[in-house]
Design a protein around this ligand. Sequence first.
Ligand code: NAP
Ligand code: ZN
Ligand code: ZN
Length: 352
Amino acid sequence: MSKPICYSTKAFSAASATSPLSAATIERRQPSASDVQIQILYCGVCHSDLHFARNEWHFTQYPAVPGHEIVGRVTAVGSGVKKFKVGDTVGVGCLVDSCRTCSDCRAGLEQFCTSMVMTYGSIDPHLNAPTLGGYSQSIVVTEDFVLRMPANLNLAAAAPLLCAGITTYSPLRHWKVGPGQKVGIVGLGGLGHMGVKFAKAFGAHVVLFTTSPGKVADGKRLGAHEVVVSTDEAQMAAQAGSFDFILDAVSASHDINAYLNLLKRDGNLTLVGAPEKPLPVAAFPLIFRRRSFSGSLIGGLPETQEMLDFCGRHNITSDIEMIRMDQINTAYERMLKSDVKYRFVIDMASLA
Ligand code: NAP
Ligand code: ZN
Ligand code: ZN
């Protein structure tokens, strides 16, 4: 296959695991018949962007352009595009393509397709080069991986729904969280604060676990019925054996067994956090009450659209702090100190 015709666009990239992000020019393919070209207006800053830019997952290719919470306006569509027209406001999350034919794709679970193409961190089948993410002015995506943004939502505050939103919505739906259940959310960062909002919206009794005493009031404002400071052993002991479900959205090493012990018989703890190092899991907290420990990865395209529409109906967005593109390195340092309230979003006009 010959390389498609490309155009240049401004971006921010990391040249190595130890270099700060800086301005760069990248190539995007000109839209083909099934493609949508998007002017990126805002891009959320996920902790995965930081893990990836610094090669903490050991698969980054440089130069690396992170960013997978993309919202923007359609600037061109291919001749075969049916769902979108120029001027529409749209979103792109962590996936830009998949095989479309395997059982996962047919089930709308494209995130589990072994040939899925991530927005960054994959090889772009069109260009045979690493995919480049949303810290850029423009992106071209096949229409089946483009999402409709609800018209009533603030576009900047809705950007984090494309990853933080779906990553918490999907496991809460999968484990059927709802009224009558006690649900824990661990870590009040970008994912955790969306987890609190969704668990509350689904009608559960929501308990937030945080290592930051300064976030207790915010936890309650965001919808938690109780907030536990997890470094306080007495507060943790008081919650033992009482949870139906716990969602762990912590970005760093921590004691997972302390949370397994809080589950009831047959309770489940789902991990969405993706720390660099493995988490040791003890046998006894699992086997004594038939508890289970599982993971979850973002969500497929149909569920991501369902989540966006749910947010539109319930007026749910992220609590954001807007930054300029050139503030990204400082934002990363603040993210590492758990000092995000509760998602940074880049105003892409600052890249012009
Ligand atoms: P974030 O905004 O930085 O939030 C992480 C939170 O974890 C912090 O705010 C902090 O909350 C808590 N935390 C940080 N260090 C801790 C430590 N040493 N011990 C205990 N708690 C700690 O990150 P995020 O963007 O929400 O992402 C969270 C994780 O999910 C990352 O690893 C990311 O890569 C991963 N992720 C996974 C998926 C998926 O599909 N599975 C998708 C997106 C992101 P408190 O201050 O409240 O303690
Ligand atoms: Zn993410
Ligand atoms: Zn597939």
